[in-house]
Design a protein. Structure first.
Length: 88
């Protein structure tokens, strides 16, 4: 749970360029899967699995922010983009 809180805090307090990328990703994500599980990628499914195992539940918007933040951190650290199959 501490990891999720830390990730959410990083998303809210990140640098301005990182926030812009997260906001753009959030806007794109809103148009894709509003109330539908059809467009869930492996990152979303993995986070849902972790939520079930730990007994925590968060909203779809929060989950999208977390997975988008993790994807953004990975891309920033490696300089490589993530395949949409794993995280869109």
């Amino acid at each position: 749970m501490d990891f999720l809180k830390k990730a959410e805090g990083m998303m809210n307090n990140g640098g301005s360029s990182n926030n812009q990328a997260n906001q753009q990703g959030a806007v794109q994500g809103q148009g894709q899967a509003v109330g539908s599980n059809q467009n869930e990628d492996y990152g979303d499914k993995g986070l849902d699995f972790i939520e079930k195992k730990t007994g925590h539940t968060m909203g779809r918007d929060t989950n999208e922010k977390i997975t988008d933040g993790v994807r953004g951190m990975y891309e920033k650290a490696t300089g490589k983009s993530v395949d949409a199959k794993y995280s869109n």
